[in-house]
Structures are given as C-alpha cells and as structure tokens.
Design a protein around this ligand. Structure first.
Ligand code: EPZ
Length: 416
C-alpha cells in the first residue's frame, strides 16, 4: 500500500457511514485485559495500526491474541506474562505507557520504554508516576525505561494537577487490585474513562464515580476475564460530521453515542450545519456558507483537542476570522504549514491560531505530521478545488479504520 492518499476535492460528501469502535477506549481496555485470568473477548475493536502495535507487544509478552471469525478480539494472558515492553515496539505507540498500570496490577512489576514525545507535545508522565508511587510503587527512570516495582501496595488519595486521561487510566488499573481504597481527585472524565471503568467493573473491580472528577476504587483480589463491547469512536464520528458540514453535504452517521458528540454538534451548528439525532444515529447537513467560530479545546466535556485540527481545516474557508486556542497540548498546530500550501491564511502565536477565511483552498501535495493533522488534511482536500496528495498517510491509518472505503462510500474520489 502506498503511504499516500490522493483525494479529488470540490464535491459534497453524501451518504451513510458506520463508526468503528473507539481507538482510545480499545487501547486502554486491551491493556487492562492483562489484569484478568482467562479469555477476554472484546467486540467492536477497530482494526487500526495502533491496536495492531499494542497487540504485538502483548504477543511479545506471551499472550495469546486472536481475531475470531465474527471480528471479536480474544486475549489470553499467562500467569507468567513478561513484564517488559521492549523499546522497539513501545516507541511506535505512546499508549504503550498504559501497560504500566496493568502490569503492576497483575504482576507487581513493569518495565516499559519511556514513550518518546510526538509531534503534538512532550507527553510527560509525571502524573502517572505520582499516582503509582502514592499507591506504593517504586519507580526508577533510567536508560530510557521506566522500571516500576511494588514495595507495599496500599490504596491512597491522588490529586491530579491536570485531568490526564492516561494518568487516570493507569491509576485506575493498578488501584483495581491494590488493597484498600483509592481516590483520584481531578480525574479525567472522558467517555473512554467510563468505558474502562465499566470494563473493569465487569471483571469484578469496585469502581465508583467514573465520568466525574472524583473516582473511588476498592481494590479486589482477582479480576476475571469477560466479554465486553467497546464504545464507538467519538472522534472518528466527529471527523465525518465535519466532512459533511464543510462540503454542504448530507451524511448519516451510524453507531454513535449522541451525548459523546455534544461539543462537536454545538460547534458544527455554530458554523451553520444542521445536526439532528435520528434513531441512534446522527444526520449532518452542511449549508453553502461556513460561519467563523471561536474554539477553545478543554478536557471533556469541553471541546475535544482531538477535533481541533479538523475544525481548523474547515474554518480556512469560513466567511470571516476564527480564533482557535489549544489548551491541552503545547504543539498541536503542526498541520498549519501544510494548510498554507493549499492557500489557507492562518497565523499561529503560541497556543492560539487565528484563521482568516479565504474563498477557497486549492489542491496541493502535503504531508501528515500526526494522526489528527492527517485527518485535517483529508478535510482540507475535500473542500479544496482540484486534487490533493497527502503523504505520510500511515499516520491516518493509525486511528481511522478503513478510511479509504468509508470515504468512497460517501462519494469521495480517493486513490490510495
Ligand atoms: C489521551 O492521551 C488520548 N490518547 C489522546 O488522543 C488525547 O488527545 C488525550 O488523551 C487528551 O484527551 C489515548 O487515549 C491513547 P493526557 P494522553 O495525559 O492520555 C499533560 C488521539 O489523537 N500531561 O490527558 O496522553 C500532557 O502533556 C490522541 O487519539 C502531563 O503534564 O493525554 C498534555 O499536555 C492524541 N503529565 C495533557 O496533560 C502527565 O503525566 C493531556 O494529556 C500526563 C499528561
């Protein structure tokens, strides 16, 4: 497969698309399956690159991993699962840091390669480590690895300076099998946190408050393997919603949880789209004008940072100037230089991007720099006149299942 996508712009995006399972719920739930004895069976896990890499790590560690005929993902974890996640594999996936909490929760030790930074920021792990240490883990950072072991595990109270999704998840996983009561203050409230809590509870964990900023966990002896279905991907859904809104299209998006999409629905309505809920799906109709809007990304339930790049891309042709403030990551305007090659007028000052609407974009050869920047370039290509070639398309395949065929199903001319 080429590492590029060629897209013909200037057409309305119309039709139906089914959203896959959530990448960010699947990754943490796959990691959490390490906590359980027996055969875990996960439904609705998307076949995307990030999932493939995490499963490669589990296989390296001795787990049995298989996709059953109906698409269910089965994972069996041996009692002597290897507690090291090798650099060669971990460096490909930031989310490999979620193995810290589950390996400690199961084997009381873990050695994972310190995930490198990526294009959207330095991605520190200080809050993860603070939480694991409060519960009684000893953490050593050296030679690019985090080596964690247990002195004496005991529930405790952890305040997160920032409601970090990954830190909340790692603490939840370790706390699930840590004797005593653990409280996480200022916890992340994302839907993927609730999905993890539901999965852990199904396995026998005692967790209350997931989805609020205070989560309480009573440690339990042993967790058992279960069958569980992962929630739909709200960011994939939002990306297709934005495609309809930006091209004056009409798209019916199936397999969504509407409440997860409220911040995205609100913003797309502000730019002029019509967004309606119909029998468990969402219908988005764009109109011929795109109004400028201001966006501030925030932890859930604020506007999601993972939709910021996509919104910036479509606001390049708004009837006026939009201001976008990125409050979650320190460097998430990487795609602006590529959008400028397509005729966009954007000025970036620190965490703020000022987007001055232009009459239209024109196709160009551009390159993806991270997953959501890649998604933004697809949206830019859809609204541009002429053809756009997006290099480094592998970034996009990390998080969007079967995106070429889903776009073709919406009438988009895609060559991959
Ligand atoms: C998760 O990343 C998601 N990834 C990200 O999605 C998402 O953008 C992010 O949450 C925010 O919603 C997965 O779930 C696999 P954070 P995570 O810890 O857990 C700072 C995508 O495109 N921070 O909430 O790494 C950090 O630097 C990806 O699907 C610390 O300072 O995000 C960042 O500025 C991208 N110290 C902010 O918190 C820490 O110990 C948010 O990070 C941890 C984080």
């Amino acid at each position: 497969m080429r590492d590029s996508l060629i897209i013909e712009g200037g057409h309305r995006v119309c039709g139906e698309v089914r959203v896959s399972g959530a990448k960010n719920a699947s990754l943490v739930i796959i990691a959490a399956s390490i906590l359980a004895r027996g055969r875990t069976q996960l439904e609705n896990v998307p076949k995307i690159k990030d999932v493939e890499v995490l499963l490669d790590i589990l296989k390296y560690q001795g787990c049995l991993v298989e996709w059953e005929d109906d698409g269910t993902l089965a994972i069996e974890v041996p009692d002597n699962i290897l507690t090291e996640s090798p650099y060669e594999l971990s460096k490909k996936l930031r989310a490999s840091n979620l193995l810290l909490g589950s390996l400690l929760g199961r084997r009381r030790q873990a050695k994972i390669s310190l995930p490198g930074g990526c294009d959207i920021g330095s991605r520190p792990m200080d809050l993860h480590l603070k939480g694991l240490q409060v519960l009684g883990s000893k953490v050593v950072l050296e030679h690019g690895y985090i080596e964690a072991s247990v002195i004496k595990l005991q529930g405790g109270r952890i305040y997160l300076d920032f409601p970090s999704v990954g830190a909340t998840e790692n603490i939840m996983m370790l706390a699930s099998t840590t004797p005593g009561t653990t409280i996480i203050d200022n916890a992340a409230k994302e839907p993927e946190i609730v999905d993890l809590a539901n999965f852990l509870s199904a396995m026998g964990a005692k967790i209350r408050g997931a989805g609020t900023d205070l989560i309480k966990i009573e440690g339990t002896e042993e967790l058992k393997a279960v069958r569980y279905a992962v929630i739909p991907d709200r960011i994939e859904a939002g990306t297709y919603m934005a495609a309809a809104a930006a091209t004056g299209g009409d798209v019916m998006i199936e397999n969504v949880i509407p409440t997860h999409l409220l911040p995205i629905k609100a913003k797309l309505e502000e730019i002029g789209a019509d967004v309606t809920q119909i029998n468990g799906g969402i219908r988005v109709r764009g109109n011929d004008k795109i109004y400028p809007v201001d966006i501030k990304t925030l932890p859930y339930p604020g506007f999601p940072t993972d939709m910021q790049s996509q919104m910036l891309a479509i606001l390049t042709i708004a009837q006026g100037t939009s201001v976008i403030v990125e409050n979650v990551f320190e460097n998430r305007f990487q795609m602006v230089d590529e959008l400028k090659r397509m005729g966009a007028k954007v000025k970036v000052e620190g965490h703020t991007a000022v987007v001055e609407g232009v009459p239209h974009l024109h196709g160009a050869r551009v390159k993806a720099t991270d997953l959501r920047a890649g998604a933004a370039l697809i949206l830019a290509a859809l609204i541009a006149r002429g053809q756009t070639e997006i290099d480094n398309a592998h970034y996009i395949f990390r998080g969007y299942e079967d995106i070429e065929n889903k776009l073709r199903g919406l009438g988009v001319k895609v060559i991959s």
